[in-house]
Design a protein around this ligand. Structure first.
Ligand SMILES: [Zn+2]
Ligand SMILES: [Zn+2]
Length: 124
């Protein structure tokens, strides 16, 4: 214990638990015990616990969902549910009921973009 300050040592003595470092079982990152999140009796860091909870919920990450919705609003004034109901493209607002292949049809289910807009966005 070479260069710990006096104050730091006193602090550690008072709150020993706070300073016990443990490994995250997922990524191996070292963290203070007080920062650990317990899931199924295992200790996870904040990053891994977010990923874990997200995987368990089986939902699309809310951040991505919100991002897609705000892009949609800016481009066409519709949100993705509206576009989906009317079979319209959320980006250009045009008809999106015909697709060149199954893949782009499936992509519409996720992004609510017509084939043309998919090509534009994914080709660059
Ligand atoms: Zn981790
Ligand atoms: Zn479009």
């Amino acid at each position: 214990m070479g260069d710990m300050s006096q104050a730091e040592m006193e602090d550690r003595a008072r709150n020993p638990v706070l300073y016990v470092d443990i490994d995250c079982v997922e990524c191996g990152k070292l963290m203070a015990m007080s920062n650990a999140n317990k899931r199924d009796g295992r200790n996870l860091c904040q990053t891994c616990v977010d990923r874990y909870d997200f995987k368990k919920s089986g939902k699309k990450a809310p951040v991505i969902e919100n991002l897609l919705n705000s892009i949609a609003k800016q481009m066409s004034g519709m949100n993705r549910d509206e576009a989906s109901d009317k079979q319209l493209c959320v980006v250009c607002g045009k008809d999106a009921s015909k697709f060149k292949d199954a893949l782009s049809k499936r992509e519409y289910e996720i992004s609510k973009m017509c084939g043309k807009c998919q090509d534009k966005i994914f080709s660059c």
